[in-house]
Design a protein around this ligand. Structure first.
Ligand code: AMP
Length: 189
């Protein structure tokens, strides 16, 4: 299974992706997690990415695409993967398609977690105090949502028109949302 999970910041993508990836036996590849690991290790990639992350902006496509291209060549991706937070721009969609088609592969589905905007903001504010993420201040949260609606929300229509989109209600208890995803994709757990 080669899947993508989408939805606005705070939709619960990371939490659901981790559970679903382990049910499927595929790696959960979160570009945000990879960037954050690089930031905390102080690598050159982390130093570069941090400038954008702390402002709520996207890391440039060239940097992000190269990182994903490398990650998808690892052996653990042979049975598939669950991409979380990538692609986020039209250019990234094109790059992902190119990466997959050069390996004679394709996406099997794109999961959109739908959420109410007020709920998302409340979750992000809560996460800011629990996890102390430096990109979870109120101004940055607002900017991250704006960037999502400008640059990423249009991808949902692209994937819908390709017949890949599966929408699942992301509101409610974590286990309930997982249950909806499992039935939407007919995953055996
Ligand atoms: P996330 O944890 O997925 O919300 O990502 C946190 C931050 O990492 C985002 O606000 C961006 O600054 C950066 N980031 C993660 N994935 C991407 C991507 N596909 N393209 C550009 N920037 C990204």
């Amino acid at each position: 299974m080669r899947l993508v999970i989408m939805g606005p910041p705070g939709a619960g993508k990371g939490t659901q992706a981790a559970v679903i990836a382990s049910m499927l036996g595929v790696p959960h590849i979160s570009t945000g997690d990879i960037f954050r690991a690089n930031v905390s290790q102080g690598t050159p990639l982390g130093v570069e990415a941090r400038k954008y992350m702390d402002a709520g902006e996207y890391v440039p496509d060239g940097v992000t695409n190269a990182m994903v291209r490398d990650r998808l060549t690892h052996d653990d991706c042979r049975p598939g993967f669950l991409l979380d937070g990538y692609p986020r721009t039209v250019e990234q969609v094109g790059e992902l398609n190119a990466m997959l088609s050069s390996a004679a592969q394709h996406l099997d589905g794109v999961l959109e977690l739908t959420v109410d905007l007020d709920e998302v903001v409340a979750r992000l504010v809560r996460r800011a105090s629990e996890q102390g993420r430096s990109d979870d201040t109120e101004d940055v949260i607002r900017r991250r949502l704006e960037v999502y609606f400008e640059q990423t929300a249009p991808l949902i229509e692209m994937y819908r028109s390709q017949g890949l989109l599966v929408q699942v209600d992301g509101l409610g208890e974590i286990a309930d949302v997982t249950g909806r995803i499992v039935s939407a994709f007919a995953i055996e757990d």
